[in-house]
Write a protein that binds this ligand. Structure first.
Ligand SMILES: Nc1ncnc2c1ncn2[C@@H]1O[C@H](COP(=O)(O)OP(=O)(O)OP(=O)(O)O)[C@@H](O)[C@H]1O
Length: 247
């Protein structure tokens, strides 16, 4: 009998405190959240509400002060640094606001880089397929400076997908893009969720970006304050206005 399918990522009573003594900041107070496999979740909230901290901790890039993070069936607190590094390398993809491509490498070499860093030789066919999946099969030989911002972000998505991760964490992936390029990038993420059952967890400030997700989780002052399923940009914007209003 196969094991019941749990969420791709779960946070249980997660607390994160930066600094000590009078400099102490509780970035996350007590966060419980589940991110189902094959779902697209947007994380939103006012500046300083803890969104990036939540993403870093859920992705195993940082450890919580207290609480539990389960990722791909593993309790991250029980993993050594080496095992955590391997889990991040093999099961997780990252997409950032600043595309973080290496300027001297072509799109093809940038996409293959995670495999090369892991000591594996990337297969040309797989790299070209990943570039094809983001509509850039004809740009394999171009360096980042020869690509638009939207195209660079799509190369970054192809790079995040090359190791066939289960979960992709995206921190403001459209923050540096014009709205048409942003929509194209979001459409690609949406499509990967629908067709490949990828799990996407995305921090964004943009209600339109959030409307591509299945669910928006709202944070305020280090706590989850609510969620919205099948979000429209208007409903998200209205909720954000309420969260950002001075109390
Ligand atoms: N390394 C750090 N050291 C000390 N405090 C930190 C650190 N990182 C974040 N913080 C604090 O933790 C809180 C949450 O920060 P976080 O970056 O997670 O918020 P955010 O919602 O992503 O904000 P923004 O939308 O402005 O990027 C803030 O008060 C921030 O100042």
């Amino acid at each position: 009998m196969s094991a019941p399918e749990g969420p791709a990522v779960s946070l249980r009573a997660v607390r994160k405190v930066y600094g000590t003594g009078s400099a102490e900041v509780a970035a996350l107070r007590s966060v419980d959240a589940d991110f189902g496999r094959g779902t697209f979740t947007a994380v939103m909230g006012p500046s300083g509400s803890g969104k990036s901290t939540l993403l870093q901790i859920a992705a195993g890039l940082d450890r919580p002060t207290a609480g539990e993070v389960l990722l791909a069936g593993h309790d991250l607190a029980k993993l050594s640094e080496t095992k955590l590094t391997l889990l991040r390398r093999d099961r997780i993809g990252f997409v950032f606001q600043a595309f973080n491509l290496l300027p001297s490498l072509t799109a093809e070499l940038n996409v293959g880089l995670p495999l090369r860093l892991a000591g594996r030789k990337p297969k040309r066919k797989a790299v070209l397929e990943a570039l094809g999946a983001v509509g850039l099969a004809d740009r394999a030989g171009h360096r980042p400076a020869q690509l638009s911002g939207g195209q660079q972000q799509r190369v970054a998505i192809a790079r995040a997908l090359i190791a066939r991760p289960e979960v992709v964490f995206a921190d403001e992936p459209t923050g540096a893009l014009d709205s048409a390029s942003g929509r194209q990038v979001l459409g690609i993420l949406r499509d990967l969720v629908d067709r490949e059952r990828l799990t996407v967890i995305m921090v964004t400030h943009d209600p339109l970006a959030a409307s591509f997700s299945d669910r928006v989780v709202f944070l305020a002052d280090g706590q989850v304050t609510g969620e919205l399923t099948e979000p429209t940009a208007e409903a998200v914007a209205a909720r954000m206005t309420r969260l950002e209003a001075p109390s």
